[in-house]
Design a protein around this ligand. Structure first.
Ligand code: AMP
Ligand code: ZN
Length: 479
């Protein structure tokens, strides 16, 4: 097993990874709230989790990956304000909550599959685990961490000594009012609801009987209940986006440890946000990009995966179309390189050397690639090793091919399926090229040769060669 260092949000430091049970790893990643499509920011977080799981498996760990599907209880405000996102979406779309949940759950897995994100070992729905949540809440209650007020059961954060440790919150300092409090039933602004019986909105579709009355669970309790059900009362890694640190994960820790009386999770990992024009991409604002938006614009989903690999998961990644274009060009260059290596190696991929049989020169790159991954998933550094290896003329093609395909077990770019690309363009591009040719002809006619040359050069940079003939200008692709 390869050593692995992970940045633990708990303690804010790089720590050597030591699983609880030998080579077995229990990993829980907070899944989507299925009231809408995932946006490409959400998908960045799931790509990060996929890289983590693939790396752990590569290094010899036996990973059980659990992901929840939130189909109840996630209010529009993470601090118990607003209304249930599922209920609102169902009302707005004139469907039932279950139809909405099924539709967006399916859409989510279509997206993740297109991004080569491996399906988690266990996918579990909140609505299938209400009894597990009730059981857990009863343990928290029996241990004296709850109070009932205004029809809801609350978690009393003042009873939990380590509250806020993950986020570095100082309860007494923050009490002064960092968060605007609108729930008068709470004794402390950081208290949160474990079970709602007083629905704040009419026609709440999803209700269950419970010891506290007919109602529905708070959002945080589902992750505690389902992770413990499938991974045990203590497990190795829990991950999500950075937005979950302050409220969701902080509350998950409080209620889990209040129930069991011991430590819950050893390593907390958080992916930074994908940002748009320096702003946050959010699902609830309604203005966000989906994977389908990129596909409709002619990108391959793997162009976006490659784009994400270009940034470290703990740094914000700024999305731009230029950046995505560069990722596409780099990914296609990689595909072309693999095709060329296949031809040069003259053998089918399945007969290639196994990693341990690869020659020393290529093996050194594999080692450097693994070292980068083991250093808190330093993917940009790992990617740099890919390219340096491919440019190293000392490496025999068969070795280079075996090496890149081995690296692709983590990159997940389907390089084993790489095929010679047909040089082709879609109808929209053809219209654009023809429009450019017309504009160039007009510029020439007006004797604006600089403008005409600029157009020729712009096309050339995109791999389009113009040829002037007596009967007009034709074009062809140069690659
Ligand atoms: P949600 O479906 O809203 O619960 O979010 C799903 C996952 O995406 C969570 O782990 C969030 O932390 C994460 N997330 C939300 N917005 C972004 C973003 N702009 N960039 C990266 N991850 C995000
Ligand atoms: Zn969660």
């Amino acid at each position: 097993m390869h050593d692995m260092y992970l940045f633990n949000t708990m303690g804010r430091s790089l720590q050597r990874f030591e699983p609880l049970h030998d080579h077995k790893v229990g990993f829980y990643g907070c899944g989507p709230t299925v009231y809408n499509f995932a946006h490409i920011g959400n998908l960045r977080t799931y790509i990060f989790e996929d890289i983590l799981v693939r790396t752990l498996r590569r290094f010899g760990y036996d990973v059980t990956h659990v992901m929840n599907i939130t189909d109840v209880g996630h209010l529009t405000g993470d601090d118990d304000t607003g209304e249930d996102k599922m209920v609102r979406s169902a009302r707005e779309r004139g469907s039932s909550v279950l139809e909405i949940a099924q539709f967006y759950t399916d859409a989510f897995f279509v997206d993740t599959q297109r991004l080569n994100i491996n399906r988690p070992t266990i996918v579990c729905k909140a609505t299938d685990h209400i009894q597990d949540m009730i059981d857990l809440i009863q343990r928290i209650e029996a241990n004296g961490y709850t109070y009932f007020a205004g029809g809801n059961l609350y978690f009393d954060v003042s009873k939990f000594e380590h509250y806020g440790e993950l986020a570095g919150l100082q309860l007494d300092q923050l009490k002064a009012g960092a968060r605007i409090e609108i729930d008068p039933n709470k004794r402390n602004p950081f208290d949160f609801v474990l079970w709602f019986t007083k629905s704040k909105f009419e026609n709440q579709a999803l209700l269950w009987d419970s010891p506290w009355g007919r109602g529905y669970p708070g959002w945080h309790i589902e992750c505690s209940a389902m992770s413990m059900k499938y991974l045990g009362e203590q497990f190795d890694i829990h991950a999500g986006g950075v937005d979950h640190i302050a409220v969701h994960h902080t509350n998950e820790i409080a209620q889990s440890e209040a129930a069991t009386g011991h430590k819950w999770v050893n390593y907390w990992m958080h992916a930074e946000f994908l940002v748009l024009d320096k702003g946050k991409m959010s699902k609830s604002s309604g203005s966000f990009l989906t994977l389908q938006t990129l596909v409709d614009k002619g990108y391959d989903p793997l162009d976006y995966r490659y784009f994400c690999l270009g940034g470290h998961y703990r740094s914000q990644l700024s999305f731009s179309w230029e950046g995505l274009d560069q990722a596409r060009a780099a990914r296609l260059a990689l595909v072309d390189r693999v095709v060329a290596l296949k031809e040069a190696a003259g053998q089918p991929a399945h007969s290639l050397a196994r990693p341990e049989q690869i020659g020393a020169a290529a093996k050194a790159y594999l080692q450097a690639f693994d070292d980068a991954l083991s250093d808190d998933l330093a993917m940009p550094r790992a990617l740099a090793q890919v390219w340096t290896m491919l440019k190293d003329t000392e490496i025999p093609p068969a070795d280079a091919l075996a090496c890149i395909l081995d690296m692709d077990r983590v990159l997940g770019l389907s390089l084993d399926a790489a095929e010679k690309r047909e040089a082709s363009v879609d109808a929209e591009t053809v219209r654009w090229i023809e429009d450019m040719i017309r504009r160039r002809a007009a510029a020439k006619k007006a004797r604006d040769y600089a403008a005409a040359d600029a157009i020729r050069n712009e096309l050339k940079a995109k791999g389009i060669q113009l040829e002037d003939r007596p009967d007009g200008t034709s074009w062809k692709l140069t690659n």
